[in-house]
Design a protein around this ligand. Structure first.
Ligand code: GP9
Ligand code: MN
Length: 685
């Protein structure tokens, strides 16, 4: 309890979580110390029980120290020195101790003293074997209850593994260590047996699957800044959608139809349980997420990535940054981004997120865009930056004063609120665009906007149907699949011949498409997607569960629907052959991507000129100071907006109607802010 409340930042947000935290050490501690009960004789029982207790305290205390330095828990890979990231404690661990640490050890000292002075008398009677069994079974039962309570508050706690903090919060430190140990053992086994020849299978596929760029589009955005805007939970049906006679997303609608945009109306998300993190992974590496869990969380700390930020830096000198109003450890981003070669990560710790400035997943979008100006304008150009928005996230909460949009009245709060937060997101992007225009950044950039995955889940689609003027009574699996469309808009200000394309594509295709627009060839990299503009682009879009869509068919659990009629099909021989071909391709592609990632095969692959990334060289503390130092060092050669603007800030150019900017900053916070790279032990440093 001392560690939970005095040292770890668990982000307990409701009384239910508080209750779980109070009970979660009981089951695992009972299981562990209960082991001693299997030793009948007193001379074994007492020392073994004591030893287990000491070891458990050591584990706890090491984690306390580690947390003070890294704001994270020790994984088994860190303990065994396997992980390249967050390796060991820097500086003196002594400096990380604290006066209240005495209490971690006090119980043991007291018990040992009581034993030495015979205040605790050794009971020599042999133990009944059944006591051990009884305690073990009771604790297992307790653990099951504990796990169920955890799952109630955070569904798919173990399978999705959002964040290490969550597992500690719900199951305790011991359970976390065992769980993490099992997972890393599994990963290590897979990697140890991996051979270079398995990489050859992957290469054979990606080489044959490669689609060569279309000359018409190759390099049309050469040298421009890249601004990726991640539209959280944003589905395609919102584009053009009206509610009570008003467009929900008027700005994005305009952008979608603009002659300076290439937009895609048959673009699908392809995420699995890793949701946002899967989308990020696909967009930046053109490899798939995992069949279960999140690649970021499970493999991201140690895998070799050949990702967009690194490639763009090495081939065209791009600097890179992520702006995100949530805590850095969510989806293990603080570790993954280093392996991807991101130079800066401006997470929640860089913003004032206090009071009503944030909601459950962090800083509200209008404030994220506005408060990032400070960091954006000091970044060297050309840059590759990503804005991860959060306000349009389930359960789509929004404070009253943030909206006056009149939404639907379906009786389903999720659906009704979704339009509100989507509208808010639209306004946020609009405000940001105004800033980009005013400062001249717009002309110098390509802006890529995409929806990461659905916001309304299949179970809610019938309620949604009413709102989008569809009949809920004949809603079926086919309709669910069609709703997995998300927008992709590639806006290249200055372009005059943009259009809305009906090509079928998915998130996996974004990286090769973008790189070709920037005039960077992709042939040498392992990428599973293909350039959407290419004449050889593969229009069969794989979903993570092996379902797929193509321009003609939709395959759901092996059933084939016609896209034209929405009905199940009786296939002709020719159609059956085509379907089989698509199905085989989808399966091969997914399994090769899994083999690549699970076995970390990219460590064997050295594309021409690619310098491997050493995550130890990256640190996301003091990002702003680092930018300023670089500006100074480059002097007249500095290409940041700030330098180009005669060393004047552009923040005045940002206009927002967000009411929160007039609110006083407060001590309360709806999220817990930590920056794992910043040392946060004030008493020691
Ligand atoms: C949190 C955000 C949400 O930081 O990216 O992730 P999601 O729940 O959509 O996967
Ligand atoms: Mn998401």
């Amino acid at each position: 309890m001392l560690a939970y409340f005095a040292d770890f930042k668990l982000g307990i947000t409701n009384p239910f979580q508080f209750l779980i935290v109070l009970i979660n050490p009981i089951a695992t501690t009972g299981l562990l110390i209960g082991i001693a009960l299997y030793f009948k004789r007193a001379r074994f029982f007492y020392p073994i029980a004591l030893l287990i207790s000491i070891l458990n305290t050591v584990l706890l205390y090491l984690n306390v120290i580690y947390f003070r330095e890294f704001t994270d828990f020790m994984t088994v890979s860190t303990m065994t020195g396997y992980s390249k990231v967050n390796q060991g404690l820097s500086g003196s661990s002594l400096a990380l101790t604290n006066i209240h640490d005495i209490f971690y050890w006090l119980d043991l000292v007291v018990i040992i003293l009581l034993l030495v002075f015979k205040k605790i008398k050794i009971d020599q009677r042999p133990l009944n074997r059944r006591i051990g069994l009884a305690v073990t079974s009771f604790c297992l039962l307790l653990f099951t209850i504990n796990l169920s309570l955890g799952e109630m508050d955070r569904p798919q706690l173990l399978t999705r593994t959002f964040d290490r903090t969550y597992i500690v919060k719900y199951l305790g430190l011991d359970a976390f260590t065992v769980y993490d140990g099992m997972k890393s053992q599994h990963n290590n086994d897979l990697r140890a047996t991996a051979t270079k020849s398995e990489l050859d299978d992957v290469l054979k596929f990606t080489k044959a699957h490669y689609a060569k760029p279309n000359k018409k589009y190759y390099g049309i955005a050469k040298g421009k800044n890249v601004i990726i805007i991640h539209l959280e939970s944003f589905q395609q049906f919102l584009i053009g959608q009206k509610v009570n006679g008003k467009e929900v997303t008027p700005f994005l609608n305009k952008l979608y139809r603009s002659h300076s945009s290439y937009a895609f109306k048959n673009f699908f998300h392809q995420v699995g349980q890793g949701k946002t993190s899967d989308a990020e992974n696909m967009l930046e590496t053109s490899t798939y997420g995992l069949p279960q869990g999140s690649l970021f969380a499970q493999l991201g700390s140690d895998n070799t990535f050949q990702a967009a930020p690194a490639i763009l830096k090495q081939r065209r000198g791009y600097s890179s940054a992520v702006f995100h109003g949530n805590i850095a450890s969510f989806w293990n981003r603080n570790n993954v981004y280093k392996n991807m070669g991101y130079q800066y990560f401006f997470d929640a710790s860089y913003y004032d997120t206090s009071g009503d400035r944030s909601l459950g997943y962090g800083l509200k979008d209008k404030l994220l865009f506005r408060d990032s100006v400070k960091y954006l304008q000091n970044l060297q150009q050309p840059f590759y930056v990503k804005y991860l928005t959060v306000t349009n996230h389930f359960p789509f909460d929004l404070d009253k004063e943030d909206t006056n949009f009149k939404t639907t009245n379906t009786g389903d709060d999720v659906v009704d609120n979704y339009f509100l937060t989507a509208h808010y997101l639209d306004q946020s992007v609009h405000e940001f665009y105004n800033y980009l225009r005013k400062t001249g950044l717009l002309k110098k950039s390509v802006i890529l906007l995409y929806g990461d995955h659905y916001g309304i889940s299949d179970s809610e689609n019938k309620n949604l149907a009413k709102a989008i003027h569809r009949n809920p009574d004949d809603w079926d699996d086919f309709d669910n699949a069609q709703l997995q469309r998300v927008p992709l808009i590639i806006n290249i200000p200055g372009e005059k011949h943009g259009y809305v394309s009906n090509k079928y594509a998915g998130e996996i295709d974004v990286l090769p498409t973008l790189m070709h627009l920037l005039g960077i060839s992709t042939k040498r990299y392992v990428q599973f997607g293909t350039d959407i503009f290419s004449k050889q682009h593969d229009q069969v879009v794989a979903f993570r569960n092996q379902d797929w869509v193509s321009p003609t068919f939709t395959s759901i659990s092996g059933d084939i629907y016609s896209n034209k009629t929405g009905q199940l099909m009786k296939l002709t021989k020719r159609q059956a052959a085509q379907v089989k071909k698509n199905k085989d391709r989808v399966q091969t592609e997914l399994s090769l991507s899994d083999s690549l990632n699970e076995k970390n095969l990219l460590r064997f692959y050295h594309p021409k000129g690619f310098e491997s990334i050493d995550p130890r060289k990256y640190n996301y503390a003091d990002g702003y100071q680092k930018e300023k130092r670089l500006e100074e060092k480059r002097g007249k050669k500095s290409t940041s907006l700030f330098s180009k603007n005669g060393d004047k800030s552009t923040s005045r150019d940002y206009v927002t109607d967000a009411p929160e900017i007039h609110h006083k900053s407060s001590d309360t916070n709806r999220i817990k802010i930590t920056n794992p790279d910043a040392t946060n032990n004030d008493s020691s440093r």
